[in-house]
Design a binder for this molecule. Sequence first.
Ligand SMILES: N[C@@H](CCC(=O)N[C@@H](CS)C(=O)NCC(=O)O)C(=O)O
Length: 203
Amino acid sequence: MITVYGHPLSTCTRKVLTTLLENGTSYEFVLVDLMTGEHKQPAHLARQPFGQVPAVDDDGLMLFESRAICRYLNETSGGKLVPADARGRAQMEQWISVETSNFTPHAMKFVYHHVFQRAQEPAVLQAAEAKLTEALGIMDAHLAKHAYFAGAQFSLADISFMPYVDYVMMTPAKALLEKWPNVMAWWGRCSERATWKKASQKS
Ligand SMILES: N[C@@H](CCC(=O)N[C@@H](CS)C(=O)NCC(=O)O)C(=O)O
């Protein structure tokens, strides 16, 4: 049995749940209450030594780090979220790296400031806007030619971006995304998926 320790508002928890739901894998969900600091208590630190969510227990195999968890859960549940060929896999990994390095750190500045009340200096938001615009232009050019980041197939690369895009759409930086029609069309396709809606409690 797979147990996911997480929180429904957590971007990284949502990636793991979407991966499980896409593969039709059953799991148990255990809420770790970020609001009361449960993630910093010894019981959770034993599962996730950095005091973050998610963590997963697969019949005694304890894992943390959402991207590693998603790769593992996909591989052990049918593998439909990773392209079968090396070229497709390389594309997928490239875009997961773009998400981690070039998109999320900048996107989250807006999310911290506007959603989580962690005020950012104006200069920080200005720099984040420039970096985000650069990333969005590159993403848009790719998505003009491909339905998803790894090509025609919905993959872990799309799942990696989705929770961050979802949060950015709740901030004024939504306007930055809306300038890019292919990013918006991709987001429309991804955010309509029943698995995503369930993972993020939107249905
Ligand atoms: N690199 C980690 C990041 C996990 C992470 O940042 N989790 C957030 C929620 S999305 C968290 O637990 N934040 C609380 C904290 O850091 O104290 C992963 O991918 O799993």
